[in-house]
Design a protein around this ligand. Structure first.
Ligand code: ADP
Length: 400
């Protein structure tokens, strides 16, 4: 391998996990990827895949993000890969209104990220731990933050303003922010190529359907509205998140059913969505098996609610567009579930959308393509690549 520093190390820190990938933005080549899981427990472990070979290791006490990075650096050193790294790109969930673009991390940026923890208490603290550990471990390298919320900063005021007293926004930042920005950004650009159009002349709706799900209206390459909100809990039904519900339910849980605020938080984030309705699983594959092969009515209802909520969100997003060039499916479910795609699109016939059944069936497992029938606007399946977006934006920033 060349010793020119052309690779970007992309780091994505969750509260108990750290995903990483060594990426050449020019070729999209990823010679090394991996994940450290069960962090902060004595089961903490790391799996590194390097040139097709898998290396597994346990982590040293106290089993945290620092130990995971130390293990990774040890591996990179032994494999003589340290010198090929030009910079580190970090996924950061929440930038509030502070950043619209990828940002070189310094002490001032770190202080702002700390302040933003009040807006994203579940996500930003873990991102910060990862950045701090990486700044120590890779002291000489530039570190760049790429934000999930940044792409949605182009939403107009009427789309991001809640019908709440104005001071909640002006004094406390309560507004719609939107998430999955790097994914919506990436697939909308890929779609422009696919449609053979300039990005400035496209009008599309992107559906990122993974464990978390969000739908975005994108006109001329800019986010105009999105289904997630102040937090990633809003919008369509998800794996374990409820999506949009009547806020009155929360008062009912607190006042009449004696839930604590922590219990409500857990219920809505971890016990709802596909899992809550089915009482079986949050995994779409399992539910499809149960619904379609075992005729399980709760699994069927969970999928019905899920698909209906996605179809409704797609229809709602047309409000922000002047035309509809394409609906784009991405994320683990969007890229693989021909069942979900069919159920969603068949509820959108008023938008003249319809599928080519054979194309829908076969466009799975990393395949990209148009699955619409001839007389429908395009329905594209496009595998997302958030890590590559982070790598290429990191490289562009440090070069610029
Ligand atoms: P995350 O949001 O954690 O990145 P992913 O984008 O990996 O999640 O998506 C995970 C979801 O994708 C799970 O619900 C999983 O069941 C679903 N999925 C993966 N493969 C298939 C498949 N072949 N059919 C249906 N759903 C699938």
């Amino acid at each position: 391998m060349t010793t020119q520093p052309k690779f970007i190390l992309v780091i994505n820190c969750g509260s108990s996990s750290l995903k990483f990938a060594l990426i050449d933005p020019a070729s999209k080549q990823q010679p090394l990827t991996g994940i450290a899981q069960c962090l902060n427990s004595d089961e903490a472990n790391i799996v590194i895949k390097h040139n097709g070979e898998k290396h597994q290791d346990t982590l040293d006490a106290p089993f945290g993000h620092k130990e995971a990075l130390a293990n990774l650096i040890n591996y990179l050193t032994q494999a003589q890969l340290i010198d090929v790294i030009a910079a580190i790109g970090h996924r950061v969930v929440h930038a509030g209104e502070c950043y619209q673009l990828p940002t070189l991390i310094d002490n001032k940026v770190m202080a702002i990220l700390e302040e933003l923890c009040t807006l994203a208490p579940l996500h930003n603290p873990a991102n910060i731990i990862g950045i701090e550990a990486a700044r120590v471990a890779f002291e000489a390298l530039p570190q760049v933050a790429v934000f999930d919320t940044a792409f949605h900063q182009t939403m107009p005021e009427k789309a991001y303003t809640y019908a709440l007293p104005r001071n909640l926004y002006s004094e406390h930042g309560v507004r719609k922010y939107g998430f999955h920005g790097t994914s919506h950004y990436y697939v909308s650009r890929q779609a422009a190529d696919y449609l053979n159009k300039n990005i400035d002349d496209t009008s599309v709706i992107t559906a990122h359907l993974g464990n978390g799900c969000s739908i975005t209206a994108i006109e001329n390459g800019e986010s105009r509205d999105t289904s997630m909100g102040f937090t990633p809990l809003a919008g369509v039904a998800m794996g374990t998140r409820c999506g949009d519900i009547d806020p009155g339910i929360i008062f009912h849980l607190l006042k009449n059913l004696n839930y604590s605020t922590e219990a409500v938080d857990k219920l809505l984030n971890k016990e709802s969505g596909l899992l809550g309705i089915s009482e079986i699983s949050n995994d779409c594959r399992t539910l499809e098996e149960q619904a379609l092969e075992q005729n399980n009515p709760q699994a069927k209802l969970a999928l019905d609610v899920f698909c209906f909520s996605i179809a409704k969100a797609i229809a709602a997003m047309t409000t922000s567009l002047s035309k509809l060039d394409a609906v784009i499916f991405t994320g683990g479910i969007g890229e693989n579930s021909s069942y979900v795609r069919e159920e969603v699109i068949k509820q959108l016939s008023l938008l003249q959308l319809s599928l080519d059944d054979a194309a829908n069936e076969k466009t799975i497992r990393g395949q990209a393509g148009n699955i619409a029938s001839d007389n429908s606007p395009a329905v594209l399946v496009i595998p997302t690549d958030e890590e590559w977006v982070i790598a290429s934006q990191t490289l562009a920033l440090i070069k610029g």
